[in-house]
Design a protein around this ligand. Structure first.
Ligand SMILES: Cc1cc2nc3c(=O)[nH]c(=O)nc-3n(C[C@H](O)[C@H](O)[C@H](O)COP(=O)(O)OP(=O)(O)OC[C@H]3O[C@@H](n4cnc5c(N)ncnc54)[C@H](O)[C@@H]3O)c2cc1C
Ligand code: FES
Length: 275
């Protein structure tokens, strides 16, 4: 079943696919490649279904028209089991869902990536490069071993990679947003800044780009169940927009009207948790 509104390949029912490849990025992080394209755009997500276990949202890390991949941290029940899967095993996918990053041909973009946010930012970089965009990519992580996708970014044309680690084991010691601040203070004037990562990082990018009057787009995550606007689990205060439909990628003007942005999120029961 598709969305019924347009010609996209969005599927609301899961289809199981045999895994084409599994790559261990780090001890905690795995990339799974599926032998299918869902016509996903950068910033969109799929619901990954592990039969008998659970179904969870995952950003698309690349969809090149032949293969789709996801990159994830093993943090809980479903992701830990997914990390054990091997080539040839079955995993279900629904989607792609949600909004995507938008740019114009030839723009200069700064991409700020934290944690697994490097994966969707990579998909964005691949597609923006095809449109002649020049890119400054700032990847942040706890330490050297946790930096994701740095080599892949370096292979893209007109792309400069900046690294930041909390412990200084590679690149600048400190947060990736400090690198963004330095670049802007040195006079870099990008057309847009895109960000994907932990919400505190997104809030810092939001504040900085608002202050410098640079348009930015941020990927906001909330607990998701249906993925296509039905259950209301991912609505945010006070706008009531559903981040699975009107997000996850939102313009900074919208993000700044969401009072819970950077403050709290709700779990599967709707209970508030502070960041
Ligand atoms: C739009 C979107 C894109 C995402 N993309 C990625 C990605 O590319 N890579 C990646 O590693 N993770 C991604 N996540 C987070 C990922 O969905 C959770 O880490 C995962 O659901 C954890 O499931 P679990 O059963 O292993 O752990 P659990 O123990 O069930 O949960 C661990 C934590 O993950 C979060 N979580 C659990 N279930 C959901 C859910 N249904 N919706 C949202 N958050 C949930 C909660 O904060 C929870 O505390 C994304 C989340 C969203 C909303
Ligand atoms: S996850 Fe159901 S409305 Fe967004």
């Amino acid at each position: 079943m598709s969305c019924g509104h347009c010609t996209c390949k969005e599927s609301r029912l899961p289809t199981t696919y045999r895994i084409a490849a599994v790559k261990k990025e780090t001890d905690m992080v795995t990339t799974i490649t599926f032998p299918v394209s869902l016509g996903a755009k950068p910033g969109q997500f799929v619901m990954a279904w592990l039969p008998g276990n659970g179904e969870i949202p995952m950003s698309v890390a690349n969809d090149d028209g032949k293969n789709l991949r996801i990159t994830f941290f093993a943090v809980g029940d479903t992701t830990r089991e997914m990390a054990k899967l091997k080539k040839g095993d079955l995993l279900g996918l629904r989607g792609p869902f949600g909004t995507s990053y938008e740019w114009k041909e030839g723009e200069h973009l700064i991409l700020v990536a934290g944690g697994y946010g490097a994966a969707p930012m990579y998909f964005c970089a691949v597609e923006a490069s095809k449109n002649g965009c020049s890119l400054d990519v700032i990847i942040g992580a706890r330490s050297k071993e946790h930096l994701l996708y740095a080599e892949e970014f370096r292979k893209l044309p007109k792309t400069t990679v900046h690294l930041a680690t909390d412990d200084g084991s590679e690149g600048r010691k400190g947060y990736n947003v400090e690198v963004l601040k330095e670049l802007l203070e040195k006079g870099m004037a990008p057309d847009q800044v895109f960000a994907c990562g932990p919400e505190r990082m997104l809030l810092a990018v939001s504040d900085l780009t608002a202050q410098k009057k640079i348009p930015s787009q941020l990927s906001l995550e909330r607990y998701m169940k249906c993925g296509y606007g039905l259950c209301g689990n991912c609505t945010v205060d006070p706008l009531g927009i559903r981040l699975c439909v009107e997000g996850p990628v939102v313009k900074n003007e919208t993000a700044r009207k969401i009072t819970e942005f950077g403050n709290y999120h709700r779990d599967e029961l709707g209970k508030k948790h502070s960041f």
